[in-house]
Design a protein around this ligand. Structure first.
Ligand code: HEC
Ligand code: HEC
Ligand code: HEC
Ligand code: HEC
Ligand code: HEC
Ligand code: HEC
Length: 178
């Protein structure tokens, strides 16, 4: 009896191992191995978004607050529709073309002077907040739309926080709304 159970156990481990369709991407390389399958899969081999999101909490909170690209484009989809796995270490988990990116897709339309900036002009360490900071240079997360997230208040709070009451994104001088 025990022998049969034991053999079944070993057999199911081998079958599972054989069924791993291939190596994980670089970003997930440390999740390689039998003990980690359930980080992304349920026992039935099914992949669940909630498992991805339990590590990728910053994506989770953006989606929950209706911000960013995922809140618009990933809704109702499986994560792996855009981030597949098991295609080997060199596989690009993010297939993203920066050139010609329509920034409205992230829920933030670039206007005025902002249109002339490079992506890295804004997506750089000094403006990035929170967890994403340590991924500066290879992430688009961690920015806020608030002017004060990137500009200093030359008026030293004397004119309030509502910069757009007096300024547009085309020029600070003249202060067109003043
Ligand atoms: C980092 C997350 C992650 C880990 C860890 C992981 N997988 Fe996967 N696995 C995926 C994703 C995502 C897919 C879906 C790929 C697709 O369909 O594009 C997948 C697909 C599969 C499939 C194809 C069948 C199906 O349900 O689509 C099998 C079988 C599988 N994985 C087995 C394993 C095994 C065995 C392990 C552990 C050795 C493992 N996986 C670890 C993410 C992971
Ligand atoms: C156990 C935690 C964990 C789980 C589960 C997990 N990830 Fe990750 N993921 C990471 C880490 C850690 C990185 C690398 C972060 C870094 O490079 O700083 C990463 C990176 C990524 C990246 C960025 C890749 C890059 O090239 O920079 C994507 C996209 C991603 N994961 C999607 C997913 C998806 C989709 C799933 C579910 C199928 C998933 N992750 C499951 C921990 C996890
Ligand atoms: C004026 C500053 C600025 C410039 C220039 C800029 N971005 Fe952004 N970007 C932002 C801000 C702010 C956010 C955050 C929006 C939010 O979360 O509400 C953002 C968010 C994003 C996101 C969404 C990340 C996510 O997963 O939610 C992507 C992708 C992105 N930017 C790509 C780009 C690319 C590509 C370029 C260059 C073509 C670029 N950005 C130029 C300010 C900028
Ligand atoms: C419709 C395609 C699509 C779907 C579905 C999607 N993503 Fe993404 N994801 C992207 C694109 C494009 C980027 C690169 C631009 C950016 O950062 O927004 C990205 C970037 C990421 C990153 C890297 C963030 C960083 O630090 O730079 C992670 C992590 C991630 N996605 C996780 C997920 C998870 C978890 C899910 C499922 C809940 C998911 N994605 C679903 C398209 C998608
Ligand atoms: C994610 C970062 C970011 C956010 C948020 C942001 N800006 Fe900017 N902005 C920049 C950068 C970087 C520049 C180019 C360098 C500079 O002039 O400071 C710039 C340039 C400008 C300029 C041109 C300045 C000049 O002298 O040519 C104006 C005007 C401007 N921003 C207004 C605003 C206003 C108003 C807001 C809020 C509605 C805002 N910005 C939000 C990053 C940002
Ligand atoms: C009540 C109106 C008002 C508000 C609100 C306001 N400003 Fe101004 N700001 C002005 C005026 C007026 C000037 C001077 C314009 C000129 O010299 O033509 C100015 C000038 C500036 C300049 C240019 C300084 C220089 O000498 O080059 C910057 C930068 C600036 N404001 C940033 C901000 C920021 C950031 C905020 C939000 C925290 C803000 N302002 C809110 C009215 C305002």
């Amino acid at each position: 009896m025990f022998r049969i159970l034991f053999v079944t156990l070993i057999f199911s481990i081998i079958v599972r191992a054989q069924f791993s369709p291939g190596d994980l991407s670089n970003a997930h390389a440390n999740l390689e191995g039998m003990s980690n399958c359930d980080k992304c899969h349920t026992s039935g081999d099914e992949v669940q978004n909630s498992k991805c999101l339990s590590c990728h909490t910053e994506i989770n909170s953006l989606v929950n607050s209706g911000r960013g690209l995922h809140a618009r484009e990933a809704k109702g989809k499986m994560c792996y529709a855009c981030h597949s796995e098991h295609h080997g270490r060199g596989y690009k988990l993010m297939n993203f073309n920066q050139k010609g990116f329509d920034h409205g897709r992230a829920g933030y339309v670039l206007q005025g002077k902002h249109l002339q900036l490079s992506c890295a002009g804004c997506h750089q360490a000094k403006f990035i907040k929170g967890n994403a900071k340590k991924r500066a240079g290879r992430t688009f997360l961690g920015l806020e739309q608030n002017c004060l997230g990137c500009h200093t208040d030359v008026h030293k709070t004397t004119l309030g926080n509502n910069c757009t009451g007096c300024h547009t994104q085309s020029a600070f001088k003249p202060a067109t709304g003043f």
